[in-house]
Design a protein around this ligand. Structure first.
Ligand SMILES: Cc1cc2nc3c(=O)[nH]c(=O)nc-3n(C[C@H](O)[C@H](O)[C@H](O)COP(=O)(O)OP(=O)(O)OC[C@H]3O[C@@H](n4cnc5c(N)ncnc54)[C@H](O)[C@@H]3O)c2cc1C
Length: 358
C-alpha cells in the first residue's frame, strides 16, 4: 500500500449528495491511469473488493462499506479533432460534469447544454446515460475510455458498443463491473441548433425574452433556472435526484391506466409507453410525506430528501412503501434509478422493512 494513496476508514457523509452517514474501509483517489492500475492491481492482490464513486450523486450508501472506494480523479479536457462543423474532445473521468458543460457552452460548442447542472462526474455520465430536457449524453458520445478490470488493458469503447438506452447502458447491465471508466470522447457541434422542444425549457426561454435562442449558453441558462426552481439544492436538502426511473408499461397496460387517469401522459418507448413515475407517486398521495428524516419532495415527488440526520434504512423503508403502494394501485413496478452500495437488500414490491431487519 503506497502512502497517501490508500486512506483507511474514511467517512463519506459529505461525499454523497444524499448526506447519508457512511464509512468506507479504504478510499483511493487515483489521479492518472497508472495510479488507477496500481490501486486495482493492489486490491486484487490483497483480495479486497473495490467499488467506484464519482460525485456520489446517484448513490444510496450503506453505513459501513467494506473494500476500496475508488474515486477516479483523472482530469483534463483535450481537443482531439476540430473541423468547421464540430469538435471532438477527450475528457477525464474526474472532471465535474457541470464544469464541462460550462466550458463547452463558453466555447460556443453545443450538444450538452440541456444537461447543465446535473451533479456528478464525467466518468459516471455514460453509466446511466444521463439525460434531461429531451437530450441524453449518448447523442454526443463517440466512445468511452475504459480500463478493463480483467487485465487492466485500456480501450476506447465505441458508442455503439455501450448499449445506451433510457437511463441505462452496458455499464449498468451486461458489462456491470467489467470496466472502470477513465474518460469520455464527445463530439460537440459548432453549429448551434436549439433543443428547446421541452415545454419547461421553451417557456423559460420565452420568459427570458429568448424565444429563439442563438447560443448554447442561453439554453444552458434556461435549463439552470428551471432546475433551480424545481429541484432541491442537495447542499441544503440532501438527495440523489430522481430516486426512481420512469417505468415503461405495455401498450395494453397504458390503455388501462389511461381509463383511470385520462390525462396520464405516455411517451412511446421500445416496449410500450414510458409514464411519469412522479405522477404515479403523486396520485398515490406520497407528495410531501415523510419517513423519519426522509421527505418526498413536495415540488418533485420523484426526489426523496434527507432533511437532516436521515439514514439509508429510512430511505429504504420509505422507498419500499412507495413501491408497494404504486404496485397495489396501478400494477406498475417502480425501479430505483439510484445505485445501492453496501446494502444487500434490493428495493422491490415483494420485500418489506421486516425482511431487511431479518
Ligand atoms: C439534484 C440532482 C439532480 C439530478 N438530475 C439528474 C438528471 O437530470 N439526469 C440524470 O440523468 N441524472 C441526474 N441526477 C443523477 C446523477 O447526477 C447522475 O447519475 C450522475 O451522472 C452521477 O454522477 P456521479 O459522479 O455522482 O456518480 P456516482 O453517484 O458517484 O456513481 C453512480 C454510479 O456510477 C458508478 N461510477 C461512477 N464513476 C465511475 C467510473 N469512473 N467508472 C465506473 N463506474 C463509475 C458508480 O459505481 C455508481 O454505480 C441528479 C442527481 C441529483 C443529486
Amino acid at each position: 500500500v503506497r502512502d497517501g494513496l490508500w486512506m483507511p476508514s474514511v467517512r463519506l457523509d459529505r461525499a454523497n449528495t444524499f448526506g447519508l452517514p457512511a464509512e468506507a474501509e479504504f478510499v483511493c483517489r487515483p489521479k492518472h491511469l497508472d495510479e488507477l492500475r496500481t490501486v486495482v492491481a493492489e486490491a486484487q492482490k490483497r483480495g479486497l473488493e473495490w467499488w467506484v464513486m464519482g460525485g456520489g450523486s446517484n448513490l444510496l450508501l450503506g453505513p459501513q462499506i467494506g473494500g476500496v472506494c475508488l474515486m477516479p480523479a483523472i482530469t483534463g479536457i483535450k481537443v482531439v479533432v476540430e473541423t468547421e462543423d464540430d469538435v471532438t474532445l477527450d475528457v477525464g473521468a474526474g472532471v465535474n460534469w457541470h464544469e464541462l458543460v460550462r466550458f463547452a457552452v463558453g466555447q460556443g460548442w453545443s450538444g450538452i447544454e440541456n444537461l447543465a447542472l446535473i451533479p456528478g462526474t464525467v466518468g459516471a455520465a455514460p453509466i446511466q446515460n444521463i439525460g434531461a430536457y429531451g437530450v441524453e449524453i449518448a447523442e454526443s458520445t463517440v466512445g468511452v475510455h475504459v480500463l478493463r478490470c480483467a487485465d487492466l488493458g485500456q480501450e476506447l469503447l465505441p458508442a455503439e458498443a455501450c448499449g445506451f438506452s433510457y437511463r441505462s447502458s452496458v455499464f449498468k447491465t451486461t458489462a456491470k463491473g467489467r470496466y472502470l471508466i477513465t474518460g469520455l470522447r464527445l463530439c460537440l457541434s459548432r453549429r448551434f441548433v436549439a433543443r428547446d422542444d421541452y415545454p419547461d425549457v421553451a417557456q423559460e426561454l420565452r420568459r427570458m425574452g429568448l424565444a429563439q435562442p442563438v447560443h448554447p449558453a442561453q439554453v444552458a441558462e434556461a435549463v439552470t433556472r428551471v432546475r433551480r426552481r424545481k429541484l432541491p439544492d442537495w447542499r441544503r436538502f440532501g438527495n440523489a435526484g430522481s430516486f426512481f426511473q420512469n417505468p415503461v408499461v405495455s401498450t395494453e397496460h397504458f390503455a388501462r391506466l389511461q381509463r383511470d387517469i385520462p390525462d396520464l401522459a405516455g411517451y412511446p418507448a421500445a416496449k410500450g409507453y414510458k409514464v411519469s413515475a412522479a405522477r404515479l407517486i403523486d396520485l398515490a398521495g406520497w407528495k410531501g410525506r415523510r419517513e423519519g428524516a426522509i421527505l418526498v419532495w413536495p415540488r418533485q415527488p420523484l426526489v426523496l430528501v434527507n432533511t437532516g440526520g436521515g439514514t439509508a434504512s429510512q430511505v429504504l423503508t420509505l422507498a419500499e412503501r412507495i413501491v408497494n403502494d404504486v404496485v397495489r394501485r396501478f400494477a406498475v413496478q417502480l425501479v430505483p434509478e439510484v445505485q445501492l452500495v453496501g446494502i444487500s437488500h434490493a428495493i422491490s414490491a415483494e420485500s418489506s422493512a421486516q425482511d431487511r431487519q431479518g
